[in-house]
Design a protein around this ligand. Sequence first.
Ligand SMILES: Cc1cc2nc3c(=O)[nH]c(=O)nc-3n(C[C@H](O)[C@H](O)[C@H](O)COP(=O)(O)OP(=O)(O)OC[C@H]3O[C@@H](n4cnc5c(N)ncnc54)[C@H](O)[C@@H]3O)c2cc1C
Length: 458
Amino acid sequence: MTMTMTRSTLVWFRQDLRLEDNPALAAAVARGGPAIPVYIWAPDEEGGWSPGAASRWWLHQSLASLAASLSRLGSRLILRTGPSLEILRCLAVETGADAVYWNRRYEPASIALEIRAKKELPAAGIDARSFNAALLHEPGTIRNRSGGPFQVFTPFWRACRAVADQPPAPRPGPKRLPTPGRWPSGVELPALRLEPARDWTAGIRARWQPGEKGAHACLRRFVREGLIGYPTGRDRPDREGVSRLSPHLHFGEVGPRQVLQAIEAGAARDRRAGMITAAEAYIRQLGWREFAHHLLYHFPRTPLEPLREEFRAFLWRRDSRGLRLWQRGRTGYGIVDAGLNELRTTGWMHNRVRMIVASFLVKDLLLPWREGARWFWDTLVDADLANNTLGWQWVAGCGADAAPYFRVFNPAMQEAKFDPDGVYVRRWTAEPRPAPIVDHASARLRALAALARVRTEA
Ligand SMILES: Cc1cc2nc3c(=O)[nH]c(=O)nc-3n(C[C@H](O)[C@H](O)[C@H](O)COP(=O)(O)OP(=O)(O)OC[C@H]3O[C@@H](n4cnc5c(N)ncnc54)[C@H](O)[C@@H]3O)c2cc1C
């Protein structure tokens, strides 16, 4: 009698550090044999965007949380260090696995790696399958009338909402994970050295609960308490008006389908007037996240180059002192300094304040948006190549659907409007305040003159 033996599947975790609504994991379980969860630390494979210090701290906590959840199911998380494809091939040999399943990422270097995986793993006799866990709609499924990518948000989002294939309902996590007879070896989490040698993370630790459980707690709290006030509260850094889900979404501790479902269900349950409008306003922000990922997919050079070609010739200033004062929150403008201090302390900054500090760097100081994007990359716990690139190019006026070039945020007016009682600025700045490093009125005129040159030369 011949017996058919179902062989093991390697589940390659990446930016999908969750058990629920995880299609790669679900497919591995459905396949029937043992599922072997693996995470490979390979910062050299990120195309020059290896995770910054704040992201590494988060990743450490998130991996610890995922490992604990897996062990509650009787399973384990095998940790290895790169190169990814070599490790996957070795693990397949060690465990007798004949399949690798994973959820897709959309950064240029990740796409290149996945293309290689789809070629090289099957060549070694390993079935390679990937799934969508990170987006509501994948790039390529949303196109404009001429078949190209959208570069303006509103028609993009209208098209997303109109397609027949709306995102499927999220699936529950597995109740049990079939385990191999013998586990392959792995390294211990501290060996990845994701946490800083000199601990500066007290402020971040106090603010966040990384991991799937923390993500759901954050989402539930927001649906219960924050959503109703979102349309106005989302612009107020002095209030708890936003969800703060961004790092959880970036690391895939919760997926956008789960967020969408929770928001829609919360709005349907709650009879308060304005709840449906609030839910729509929030879901639209998830749309911006989608837009950013689609743009990065279609325009993979934009983390380093402006989307709008005429900006290539723009003469940014060089001013290392100005950059350092901006990074340290010592510009002398209350809301700018408060934002940068909030960022250094907690690893996060409110969206309104991100726009203000970014505008200050690229317009008041005329420093390159890429310098700001790099600083955010190192300091944000939600640093995300797609969202960060879109945000910076939007403010600089050189990206998709960007702010008009003549819009230069006036920090004092922004502060008066969005932090009218000075609560936010007092919370994040110390007295005495430094003197302003530039005069906003003359800096604005200088920026407008420089930007007008780009337009006339285009
Ligand atoms: C200069 C600049 C840089 C930015 N860098 C990043 C970054 O590295 N990572 C990041 O996740 N976001 C970035 N953003 C977008 C935005 O500021 C954050 O997503 C938001 O502040 C996160 O807080 P929240 O989760 O409370 O947002 P909420 O208001 O609660 O929104 C919910 C979710 O929608 C998505 N979202 C909201 N606004 C945007 C937006 N403008 N673009 C794309 N997605 C959005 C996020 O995933 C967010 O978690 C940047 C914005 C600017 C102006």
